[in-house]
Write a protein that binds this ligand. Sequence first.
Ligand SMILES: Nc1ncnc2c1ncn2[C@@H]1O[C@H](COP(=O)(O)OP(=O)(O)OP(=O)(O)O)[C@@H](O)[C@H]1O
Ligand SMILES: [Mg+2]
Length: 291
Amino acid sequence: MPLSLENVSYVYMKGTPYERRAVDNVSLEIQKGEFVALIGHSGSGKSTLAQHMAGLLPPLAGQVKIDGTDPCAKGKEALTARRKAGLVFQYPEHQLFAETVFDDVAFGPRNLGLAEEEVRERAATALDFAQMPIEEFGARSPFQLSGGQMRKAAIAGVIAMRPDYLILDEPTAGFDPLARGLFYEELKNLHKKSGMAVIMITHSMEEAIELARRLLVMSGGRIIIDGQPERIFREQRGELLAAGVTAPAIVSLTDRLRAHGFSINADCLDADDLVAELLAVLPGKGPGDAR
Ligand SMILES: Nc1ncnc2c1ncn2[C@@H]1O[C@H](COP(=O)(O)OP(=O)(O)OP(=O)(O)O)[C@@H](O)[C@H]1O
Ligand SMILES: [Mg+2]
């Protein structure tokens, strides 16, 4: 069963002069095993939507269901549903609270009532995922970490819960390029191994298409595009632009090459795709039109 939203709307400070509709009639379904990127301009409602997906914010209208259960209801079944979705907040310092990194990461598993041995094993595995070995970081205060390390500790805390739906709100903000690359690899492996769904909010289209096979684009609180990246860049460039989101540089470069007469038919999403296409059409480099 999926994580589903049906006609979900949310308004901040309703009934005041500052009223703000952050999520506007959103319906979507995310199946276990999917890797979805959620992209959209600042203020488009991504973080608010993420909190609904995790069952942390009850919708003003509409329904959220995690594997068929309303996570915002009372009772044990709703608690189980909430635990299936793990959200890493946009600002990880909002999520960290314990005296040590270990206690922070162990908090969730302890709450599940697991034996201390398993709690430790889960915390150690999650900290390995975050490239923050328990021996080196376990005893440190989370508040004396760098911004990037804080974010990774917050991610570890959610990973340790082993959610079925992992929701990451701009997980690589503040990472240096090396840390970002390592994080992508770890996340790809985790996704493949665990069968969990990953929903990743990002401002980087490059990051979105490197990882996700499904792209959701948000604008003004609505999901205005939902589909496969290749098809979106081929067919919905106007809508993308209207949402304030640009296609990746490789897609624009491919357009320009086409405008100069290169016959590139395939959808190129990264440099390797484009190089393969160019080699096929350049004289003396392979089959295709000699230019
Ligand atoms: N706690 C809040 N109180 C009042 N308004 C809020 C609150 N949080 C968000 N908003 C408003 O709701 C709208 C959506 O905000 P949200 O944080 O969900 O957007 P976002 O897409 O995550 O933006 P960003 O890319 O900057 O993180 C914005 O207009 C924002 O100003
Ligand atoms: Mg946000």
